[in-house]
Design a protein around this ligand. Sequence first.
Ligand SMILES: C[C@@H](NC(=O)[C@@H](C)NC(=O)CCCC[C@H](NC(=O)C[NH3+])C(=O)[O-])C(=O)O
Length: 351
Amino acid sequence: AGAPAPDEAGLRAVLEESVGLGAPGAMARFEGPGGVVEETVGERALGSGQPMDTRAQFRVGSVTKTFSAVVLLQLVGEGAAGLDDAVNDHLPGLLPDDRITLRHVLSHRSGLYDYSNDMFARTVPGFEAVRHEVFTLRELVDLSTAQPPTVEPGSAYAYSNANFVVAGLLIEHLTGQSLADAYQERVIGPLGLHGTAYVHPAATFPGAHVNGHLTPDEAGAPLVDSTEQTASWAQSAGAMISTPEDLNRFLEALLGGELLGAGELSEMLSFAPTDGTGTRHYGLGLRRYDLSCDLSVFGHTGTVQGYYTYAFATEDGARSLAATANTSNNGTVNTALGETLEAAFCGARPP
Ligand SMILES: C[C@@H](NC(=O)[C@@H](C)NC(=O)CCCC[C@H](NC(=O)C[NH3+])C(=O)[O-])C(=O)O
């Protein structure tokens, strides 16, 4: 039997729910054998009267981790490094533990502490303190290694942005290029992702964009416009900007085998559970969500000040969804936005 068509009404209802729960706007773009479905709800910028626009750029947060994993895995495929090499073999003295390998880093099993926990313990003050800062990748790693490890290398999944900052350092070292050039040359250019850019350390968008709105910790406090930010605290772990259409194309190409050799793609798709639900897994820079209709989808979520993103596709890349809401630090919006997966891929929301 063919794949179920997306539940367009259900997709719209979920986006409307996201807006009702506090996002100024939300949008989704689904691409599949039956064509493209786009839904937009609410405003691109609070009070602007400008509608959400699926051609507008937004900050994709940790979907950047998948771009970084692709580039590092391409380098592994080219023989520049091995997944089970120690990071310190390539970057001597970077990490306090010589046992940490590239595979540990890409699967969040290194034990490196996530410096963003402290940085954003208080959401708005933490953001305001760094929004115009420019860090080196090394400075971010040092923030992490100043804290004790969370797990023994390889022993368990422990999510940390520091892992993909290390991945960024490895990419720079192994290519001799800047991250921006490596992403452009190896992914953005070949796929023609004209709405995707790694503009760090610039704080502004090159094109038409969605504004970000950060929800303060204090209930009822007004949203803080977080559109202009260097995202330097995240860089190769979360600073990419893109559009729904480009994220559809990126995941279709990745899972369709256009970006990696079969060996590297299968390594990327080797999953371990991330929690007790049994429906959430992490591979190498890639999440696997198991949906209610007995279908697994593959991609990444993103949370960066002012923006939530879900970008997932079927294993063959034939069906893909990119959804975003222009607020963050609002768990109910994030949970609601995640319901777009069921509507898009299972053809109906869970009962
Ligand atoms: C979840 C997602 N992770 C990411 O996208 C990375 C880049 N983001 C974070 O680690 C969240 C940083 C705080 C955001 C802030 N929260 C606070 O400040 C909370 N005090 C906010 O919500 O904007 C992933 O890997 O799937």
